[in-house]
Design a protein. Structure first.
Length: 488
């Protein structure tokens, strides 16, 4: 198993101050009550929570007839005094800031409070924790307008879509979402409902960097696996297949050589959705399948696909393909010494099969929906063996598909990623010749971001033919890729 992780799409985390990082919403509420000279009620929340001093002062002026400027000055004094003497970090706030710093992710403070108050809080929390800060004094408009969050993104040099904003009020949430940020809402005094692109938690305690990464771009882990005649060569193969899928953390599995029944049986045991196509292909998905593509009676070789709903309004097409195994290029190169021109010419059958699959993918594609194409192509990649312009993988590349494993592991010498074969160290004809080891199983994609890609073989499989007791129930390694969906 060869793990690798690329840079996550999350670029920065933007924190509201009052009620989010520090328990100042209560202090602000008390200050407004003092200036208003009456207890505040639930009906007053929209004019108080998350609002700038000037907004609340104008509201009080309209209600009391007192001069707005005097009210604003008094609110400033009362709130600042309470902050100096009563500031308390919210549960989990400092731990999360420390974890973000350890991960090298910048943070910004984005508040509707004035600079004088924000600086007091920054001093208490540690101003070094923040790469930038935006206050009510720094933009023409403050929350719920998007200006503060847009200003923070400009200061950090990041796009709003690559950021998570952490807020505790509906006013702040509206500001962050208007700017285009994903939002983690941690309500302090008033509830906040869930919505697309918004995550609601009771507390920051326990929130991790990985959770924040997923809020920016939901993840999808895709596995390609040739089951080897359904797994029938290995004892207790179905239980071993289930164990492998569960331990891989896969969300979707494109299967080849299913022996007809593997997809429905595995799906039933997992409690997942599935698509069975012919006697050889299948797709398992923990996410709902909303459409099925390709010929449902496809032969032993071919392709089939599904559309899955990863999250509300977030769909991905996943196709699985199995291409013919003869003539097999690595044998012809290693054993027969054929030149590149002949090796390329002998790929015609597989190339025709892949082009048919690419045509079906094009027919079913929907604008804005990413596509993943997995499978056992039974041929090497032009990215691995540049001396031969292997046409099958080149055709996929020309159709816009990127090779996820080679994105994560660009050097084929350092990370060959062989999938054929964990049980064939020598050729099975009895000659004792070493079996060519090659990468012939793929997870290709169009429109996603690769976070991690690896090959997967569990245990230490015994070589053929002594395979019945192997923990690994296949003659291929699997390929597992974790993707991030694109920002909305």
């Amino acid at each position: 198993m060869t793990p690798h992780t690329l840079q996550r799409p999350l670029q920065a985390v933007l924190f509201d101050m009052d009620g989010t990082l520090v328990d100042t919403e209560r202090l602000w509420w008390e200050a407004v009550e003092q200036v208003a000279r009456r207890p505040l009620a639930e009906a007053d929340q929209p004019e108080v929570l998350g609002q700038a001093v000037e907004h609340t002062a104008a509201w009080l002026a309209a209600a009391t007839g007192r001069p707005e400027a005097d009210l604003a000055a008094e609110l400033h004094r009362e709130f600042a005094e309470r902050v100096r003497t009563g500031i308390v970090p919210r549960p989990g706030a400092l731990d999360l800031l420390d974890e973000l710093a350890a991960a090298g992710l910048p943070t910004a403070l984005v508040t509707a409070s004035p600079r004088a108050v924000a600086d007091l809080v920054l001093e208490a929390l540690g101003a070094w924790r923040f790469a930038a800060s935006v206050t009510a004094d720094d933009t023409d408009r403050t929350k719920p307008a998007p200006d503060p969050y847009l200003a923070a993104c400009r200061a950090l040099g990041v796009a709003p879509a690559d950021c998570v904003a952490v807020e505790d009020t509906a006013t702040g949430v509206a500001s962050a979402e208007a700017a285009g940020c994903a939002v983690l809402a941690v309500p302090s005094l008033a509830p906040i409902g869930a919505a697309p692109g918004r995550t609601v938690r009771e507390t920051l305690a326990g929130v991790t960097v990985e959770e924040l990464r997923r809020m920016v771009a939901p993840e999808l882990r895709v596995m390609s696996w040739n089951l080897w005649l359904g797994g029938s060569e290995v004892d207790d193969h179905r239980a071993k297949q289930l164990k492998t899928i569960l331990e891989s953390g896969a969300d979707v599995v494109g299967l080849q050589e299913t022996a007809g029944t593997a997809a429905p049986e595995l799906a039933e045991a997992l409690g997942w959705y599935h698509h069975r196509a012919g006697e050889n292909l299948g797709v398992l998905s923990r996410h709902p399948i909303t459409a099925r593509f390709g010929d449902p009676a496809v032969g032993f070789y071919g392709a089939a696909g599904v559309r899955i709903a990863v999250a509300p309004g977030r769909e991905v097409d996943v196709w699985t393909a199995h291409l013919h195994y003869t003539p097999y290029g690595p044998y012809e190169a290693a054993f027969d010494g054929l030149p590149a021109t002949e090796l390329i010419a002998h790929e015609e059958v597989r190339l025709t099969q892949l082009r048919d699959a690419l045509g079906r993918i094009a027919e079913s594609a929907r604008e804005g929906v990413p596509v993943v194409l997995v499978g056992d192509f039974n041929c090497p990649s032009h990215l691995d063996r540049p001396e031969v312009a292997w046409p099958v993988t080149r055709a996929a590349e020309e159709a816009g598909f990127a090779d996820s494993y080679r994105e994560a592991h660009p050097d084929p010498v350092a990370e060959p990623g062989h999938t054929w074969s964990p049980i064939h160290p020598v050729h099975e004809d009895g000659s004792g010749r070493p079996e060519p080891q090659d990468r012939i199983d793929y997870v290709l994609h169009r429109g996603l971001t690769v976070l991690d890609a690896r090959t997967l073989v569990t245990g230490s499989p015994r070589p053929w033919p002594d395979v019945a007791d192997n923990d690994w129930p296949s003659d291929h390694a699997a390929v597992v890729t974790t993707f991030a969906l694109p920002p909305r």
